[in-house]
Design a protein around this ligand. Sequence first.
Ligand code: UDP
Length: 361
Amino acid sequence: MKVVTIIGARPQFIKSGAVSRSFIEFNNTRPPETIDEVIVHTGQHYDSNMSDVFFEQMDIPKPAYQLDINGLGHGAMTGQMLEAIEKVLLEEKPDWVMVYGDTNSTLAGALAASKLHIKIAHIEAGLRSFNMRMPEEVNRILTDRVSTVLFCPTDSAVQNLENEGYNDLDIAIAKNGDVMMDASLMFSAFAKAPKESIPAAFVLTTVHRAENTDDPARLRAIFKALNTISKDTPVVLPLHPRTKSFIAKYDIEIGEQLHCIDPVGYVEMLYLLKNCSLVLTDSGGLQKEAYFFEKYCLTLRDETEWVELIDNGFNQLVGANFDVIMKAFNDVNTKKSDFSLDLYGNGEASKKIIEGLLKYK
Ligand code: UDP
C-alpha cells in the first residue's frame, strides 16, 4: 500500500512524526504487508527551527518532495500547492493521500487527490470552531467534505460531523484518539531544556494565530497582559516568526522581564510543558499538550475546537482582552483539576489509523 503524506506546517510535522513511526513499526512487524510512505513537504514553514528540527528530533523520514511554496497570500499559496501536489500524485499513483489538520497544505492536498479520485485520509477531522473567519475553519470543512475516511480525535469531532449530516454521505467516520497524544508519549522521555536559560517556575506562553497577530488591538492587549504578569511571575515565550514580525510592525513593547526565546524544537517544548506552572496560548496543539502534562490552560481565543477541555474545567477562554486575561490569571491558582479523564485516547491513535487505512483500502 502506498501513502502520500502531505505536510508543511509545524504542528503537522509533530502529528505525522507519530504516524510515520507507526508506519515503520508496522513494516517491521507485519510482513508481507507493507506501507510505503512518500512524504511531500509543501514548504509552508521552512525556517530550520520551524521545520528541520522536527524531522531530526522525531526521526521523520526525509521528504521525497520539497515544494518550497511559502511567503504567499492564501490564494496563491493554496493554488501553487494544488498544482504541484497534482504533479506528484500523477507521478506516484498512491492508494491514499494523508492530510493533517487545517492548513492550506491540508486543503491543497485533499483537493488535488479528490480530483484524481485518490482516497483521502483526513487526520484530525471533524473539528470546528464555528468561526468562518478563520482560514483554518474553511480549510477543515472543505477537507472533511472531500475525504474518504475522517479520522476523528474526539467525541465532539464525531458529533460535529453527525450534526452536519455526514452519516448520510459516503464518507467513513472513525474515532481513533489524538495523534498528538501518541507523539507526547513517544517522545516525553527525550524532553530536554532549551539552549536559553529557563527560570525554575514559569508560565509557558505561545501566540501565533492570525486573529491575534493581524489585529493590532488584540496583539497589544495580549502583550500588555504578558508584560504585566512577567513583572511578578516569570513568563517564557518561544516566539513564532510571524508574531515577531507583527510585534515589530506595530511597534509593540516587550517587557524586560518577559523571556522571549527562539521557537524551540519538540523535545524542548516537552521540557517546557513538563516544567511550567500554567499554559497561556492561542495554539490548538498546546491546549491539548497542557492537558497531557496536567497543566491548566488559559486560551487566548474567543472559541476553541477542543471543547472537552473547557467542559471539564481544564481550560478557560480568555480572548485577547487585558482585563479578562488578568482576572483569569489571578484566579487560576484556586482551580484544581483531576487530569485523569481519557479525552484523547491512550497513545494508540496512529496504530488505529493504520488499521483504518487497511480496512477502507
Ligand atoms: N511547538 C514547538 N515549539 C515551539 C512552539 C510550539 O515544538 O516553539 C509545538 C507545540 O508543542 C505543538 C505544536 O508545535 O506540538 C503546535 O503548533 P502551533 O502552535 O504552531 O500550531 P497549532 O497547534 O495552533 O495549529
